[in-house]
Structures are given as structure tokens and as C-alpha cells.
Design a protein around this ligand. Structure first.
Ligand code: CP
Length: 318
């Protein structure tokens, strides 16, 4: 661990990576590394969070984030339960506020929320004394995705961020993953490039701390890693892309692009993937692909997040 024993996690909630100091981030990543070993044991359970309750409040669909928080909580012996839109009184018109206050009345220690509206996680966090984790809110932020990506890259890059170059490729405009990763990785010294058609780059991107490309071949030159983003087909109703075949021809990452990158370069994708659209089938399954490492990293990273938030007031166990 590169953090001193007396370190105390200062945050009630984890809403956005912008709230994290470099010290917070490295402490969390070190803690996740120490939890990773538990996931390889024959008996994958320790009593660390016995007696703690974690609520998974997912108002928007999820596979990876929801299940990995569930697994993370259970591996630390927390009691976890899930509430979604389907099957809850949100479907009868109950408000987000009343639903959150109802959950709070059951005295959870941590609530993980995913919502389609940017700002929903902060709204909930301001209402309740429990720790709140943003599991993704609109286009705004997805802090645990950025932390697990950072964890995966740290392992692939032998703990060295400075001097590395990462390309983020695809639908930058609508991506909370891109926003969180750009902030977190640049804060650790990584040079970040983005590449997309102009219609999928956000207004103001020229003021972001990134290099902007619209040509994939140029963008891939000498990168240490490329992160493909899901083309959010459900958000493409506004005619931002005239032709998916044309998009795929220009922006789908394939094995041939890796020859432009640095030797040993890696490929990431937060999932779910549109194979053949933003990433080719053989690229997704290649040895350079960290996609499944990211999923495994998600469990270890979310164990660390739950531990830090759930034990924050327990006398400095972190
Ligand atoms: N990466 C990610 O957030 O995946 P899910 O939508 O499946 O949780």
C-alpha cells in the first residue's frame, strides 16, 4: 500500500471522480488490489462488512454495474437487496424522493443508484445520511467505471500512468464513461485522445484536456491503449449518424489498427459491446482485449468502494 495507515476516507458519497484527490484514488486502487485476491479463493467470502446493508437502486438497466456491486457486497458479507423501476412503486407514479426516503427508513449503509437523469445521484445523496454511490447518471458521470478502468490499466501498465497515452473512441458526446475517465486518467498523468465523428463530439470539447481526432488511423498512432465506447443506438434518433455502415467503416476498431499502436497496447470497452459496429468481433476477443479483465476489476474496485463508504464512521478501519 502506498498510503499511510492513518489515512481516513473523507467522503460520505461517491458521486463523481472530480471529488477524489490523487491520494483518494490511489488509496482506493490499492485497497481494490488487496481485495482482488479474495475473488480467487475457493471460498470467496470474508466477514468484513457483516451487519452492513447495501441497496442496489437501479432505475436504468444494467448488467455489469448492478451484478458486480451485488457480488462485491456479498463477498464482503454485506446484506444486499435490489430495487428497480420494474416491480416497484415507481411504476405507480411514486416519486424518486419518496422512493429514496422509503429506502432510507430501512437504515441501509450504502445505496448505489443508477438513473437516466444527470444529477439524480446527488439529489438522493443530499436527501439521506446513508452513503450514496453513483452507478451512472445520464451523460454526467460513472465514477466506479472510471475507477475500474484505471485499475485495469494500472495492472496492464505496471503501475505507471505518466507518459502513457489512451485513446477514447466513439460516442464521446453522450458518454458518462468518457467524462469520468478523462478526468480521472488525466489527473494521474495519462495523455488522453478522443476520436469520433464531429456529431458525436460534445460542444466545447476543444476546451477539454484532450487531443481531438476525427480520423481513427491518425488517432491510433503510438497509443498505449484504446477504449471503445458503445454507440448508444437508443440516443441516435436525432439523426446524428446518417449511416451505421459508414460509421463502422470509419470508426470500428479492428486488429489492423493495433499495428499503429505501441507494442503491447491494450483495448478496453466498458460494455455492453455492439460487435461489428464500434469494435470488431476478433478485436473484442483478442489477447490485447481487457474487456473481461475490466469486469473482474469491477468486483474488486466496488468491494473497495463499499468498504470505504460503509465503514467510514466505524473508527478508521480503512
Ligand atoms: N459498463 C456498464 O456500466 O455496464 P452496465 O450498463 O451493464 O452496468
Amino acid at each position: 500500500m502506498n498510503t499511510e495507515n492513518r489515512y481516513h476516507w473523507p467522503h460520505k458519497d461517491l458521486l463523481d471522480v472530480t471529488q477524489l484527490s490523487r491520494h483518494d484514488t490511489l488509496h482506493l486502487l490499492d485497497l481494490a488490489a488487496s481485495f482482488q485476491e479474495i475473488n480467487t479463493r475457493p471460498v470467496k467470502k470474508v466477514p468484513t462488512l457483516k451487519g452492513k446493508t447495501v441497496v442496489l437502486f437501479f432505475v436504468e438497466d444494467s448488467t455489469r454495474t448492478k451484478t458486480s456491486f451485488d457480488v462485491a457486497g456479498k463477498r464482503l458479507s454485506a446484506d444486499t437487496f435490489a430495487l428497480g423501476k420494474s416491480g416497484s412503486s415507481l411504476n405507480k407514479g411514486e416519486s424518486l424522493k419518496d422512493t429514496a426516503l422509503t429506502l432510507q427508513a430501512m437504515s441501509p449503509d450504502v445505496i448505489v443508484i443508477r438513473h437516466s437523469s444527470s444529477g439524480a445521484a446527488r439529489y438522493i445523496a443530499d436527501l439521506m445520511p446513508s452513503g450514496v454511490v453513483n452507478g451512472g447518471d445520464g451523460w454526467h458521470a460513472h465514477p466506479t467505471q472510471a475507477l475500474l478502468d484505471c485499475f485495469s490499466l494500472r495492472q496492464a501498465w505496471d503501475n505507471i500512468f505518466e507518459g502513457r497515452t489512451l485513446l477514447i473512441l466513439g460516442d464521446i458526446a453522450h458518454s458518462r464513461v468518457a467524462r469520468s475517465n478523462i478526468h480521472l486518467l488525466t489527473s494521474l498523468g495519462v495523455r488522453v485522445r478522443v476520436c469520433a465523428p464531429r456529431t458525436l463530439l460534445p460542444a466545447g470539447v476543444d476546451h477539454w484536456p484532450v487531443e481531438v481526432y476525427t480520423n481513427l488511423e491518425k488517432a491510433m498512432r503510438d497509443v498505449d491503449a484504446a477504449m471503445c465506447l458503445r454507440l448508444q443506438l437508443e440516443r441516435q434518433q436525432a439523426g446524428l449518424l446518417p449511416d451505421l455502415a459508414e460509421y463502422s467503416r470509419r470508426f470500428c476498431l479492428g486488429l489492423g489498427h493495433m499495428e499503429l499502436a505501441r507494442p503491447g497496447a491494450k483495448v478496453l470497452h466498458p460494455g455492453p459491446m455492439n460487435r461489428g459496429l464500434e469494435i470488431s468481433d476478433d478485436m473484442a476477443d483478442a489477447s490485447a482485449s481487457l474487456v473481461l479483465n475490466q469486469v473482474a476489476a469491477g468486483v474488486a474496485t466496488r468491494m473497495a468502494v463499499l468498504y470505504l463508504l460503509a465503514t467510514r464512521n466505524d473508527g478508521g478501519r480503512a
